[in-house]
Design a binder for this molecule. Structure first.
Ligand code: KG4
Ligand code: ZN
Length: 351
C-alpha cells in the first residue's frame, strides 16, 4: 500500500511516499528555518504563509522522487494536530483537496504518533511491550505501549519541552534558531562536568519532566558570570556552559525513561523527536541501555526532526486499525495534545 504523507504542523512543509508503513520512497522537506531565525522562534503567521507557497511543489516533488503519480497512491495521511492551527490548516486543506479530486481515502494523523512511528524506520526490530520517549521542540512525553498505534501516557513536561529549553538557552546566548543542533555541536568541545545545573526529578512516583528551572539557572549564570552574546570575553568557555546545560537535560530524560522501562519491566526503549538527534543523548542512552540490558531504539537521524514519512507510516497503521476518516472533508485540526485520545496511565495496574 502506497501512502502519501503530508506534514505542516510547525515550520517544516513536508511530503513523503511510504510503502506499507516502512519503506520510504521519498521524503521531501522544505524548511523555514531561514525565515524564522531572525525572530529567534517560529512566527505562526509567517509559517502558514510559507506552507501555502510550499505545499504543492513539495507534494509534487515527493510523488516525482518516488516515481509515482497521484493515481498510484492508496492512502492520504495528513497531520491533524497538535501544532499551529494556521499551519496545520494548509496541509489539511491540501489533503482534503486531493481526496476530493481523486477519492483516495484520507486519514488525519496525530503528530506525536508520527514521531513515535519514526522509531520503526530503523533496521533493528522493535519488540513490545515498550517504553517510548518523545522529546522535541513542542513535547516531552513518556508512553508505554503494547502494540503499534496504542500509547498510554505515563508522564509529560509540566512546563517547557526539552527542545524548547535548548532553543531558549541558545537564544539567550545569541546562538541562533533552532538552538538544539547548534548547542549539540558546540558542546562536543566542552566539559559536561564544568558546571552543575539543577536536575528536576519531581518525586519518585512521577514520570513528569520540568525544564523551566534549568532555563532560569542558565539565565542566572549569565547574569552573574557574563553573557558572550553581549561581552567580548567571559571568564568561562561557552562550550563548557552549553555542555553542562546539555548534560543536565540528558540526565533528566535518562532518569525518567529508564525508571519507566524498569518499573514496567520492558526490555525495549525507543527515543524519538527532534532532541533525539542530540549526539550526547544518543551516546548516553546507548551506554545506559547496554549497562542495564535494555535495547535502545533511536529514531534514525533523518527522521528525528519533523518529516512526513513518519506521518505516512502512522497513517498506514491508523487506516489498518480504524479505517478512513468518517467525514474526510470536515475533520478539523487541533492545537493541543489534550484532545488526542491518549489515556493517562493508571499506576495501580501496571500493565
Ligand atoms: O521534532 P521537531 O522537529 O519539532 C517538534 O515537533 O517540536 O523538534 C525540533 C526541536 C527543536 O527544539 C530543536 O532545537 C531540537 O528539536 N533539536 C535538537 C537537536 N536537533 C534538533 N536538540 C538537541 N540536539 C540536537 N542535535
Ligand atoms: Zn515534531
Amino acid at each position: 500500500m502506497l501512502v502519501l504523507g503530508i506534514e505542516s504542523s510547525c515550520d517544516e512543509t513536508a511530503a513523503s511516499v511510504v510503502e506499507d508503513g516502512k519503506r520510504v520512497l521519498s521524503n521531501v522537506i522544505s524548511s523555514q528555518i531561514s525565515i524564522h531565525s531572525p525572530f529567534g522562534g517560529v512566527v505562526p503567521e509567517l509559517a502558514a504563509r510559507h506552507h501555502l507557497e510550499a505545499i504543492i511543489p513539495v507534494m509534487e516533488k515527493a510523488l516525482h522522487e518516488a516515481s509515482v503519480e497521484l493515481n498510484d497512491i492508496n492512502l492520504l495521511a495528513v497531520t491533524q494536530g497538535p501544532g499551529l492551527i494556521g499551519a496545520l490548516l494548509v496541509g489539511i486543506s491540501a489533503a482534503k483537496a486531493l481526496h476530493y479530486v481523486s477519492n483516495i481515502p484520507l486519514v488525519g494523523v496525530d503528530h506525536l504518533h508520527g514521531h513515535i512511528q519514526s522509531a520503526f524506520f530503523s533496521d533493528e526490530p522493535i519488540e513490545f511491550p515498550l517504553v517510548l520517549l518523545v522529546v522535541s521542540g513542542g513535547h516531552t512525553s513518556l508512553f508505554y505501549s503494547e502494540n503499534v498505534g496504542s500509547y498510554r501516557l505515563l508522564g509529560n513536561t509540566r512546563d517547557d519541552a526539552a527542545g524548547e529549553a535548548f532553543d531558549k538557552v541558545a537564544k539567550m546566548l545569541g546562538l541562533g534558531y533552532p538552538g538544539g543542533g547548534i548547542i549539540d555541536r558546540l558542546a562536543r568541545d566542552g566539559n559536561p562536568a564544568a558546571f552543575r545545573f539543577p536536575r528536576a526529578f519531581l518525586g519518585k512516583e512521577s514520570y513528569d519532566f520540568s525544564f523551566s528551572g534549568i532555563k532560569t539557572a542558565v539565565a542566572n549564570f549569565l547574569r552573574d558570570y557574563g553573557n558572550p552574546a553581549s561581552e567580548n570575553k567571559t571568564s568561562y568557555r561557552i562550550e563548557d556552559l552549553v555542555a553542562s546545560f546539555q548534560e543536565a537535560v540528558v540526565d533528566m530524560l535518562l532518569e525518567k525513561a529508564f525508571k519507566a522501562a524498569e518499573n514496567f519491566k520492558v526490555r525495549h526503549l525507543a527515543i524519538v523527536g527532534g532532541v533525539a538527534a542530540n549526539s550526547r543523548l544518543r551516546k548516553r542512552f546507548m551506554e545506559e541501555g547496554e549497562f542495564r540490558g535494555i535495547k535502545i531504539h533511536l529514531a534514525p537521524l533523518e527522521y528525528c526532526t519533523d518529516n512526513a514519512a513518519m506521518i505516512a507510516a502512522a497513517g498506514y497503521y491508523k487506516y489498518l486499525n480504524e479505517g478512513e476518516e468518517k467525514n474526510p472533508l470536515e475533520f478539523e485540526p487541533y492545537s493541543r495534545r489534550k484532545e488526542v485520545p491518549l489515556k493517562q496511565v493508571n499506576f495501580s495496574s501496571k500493565t
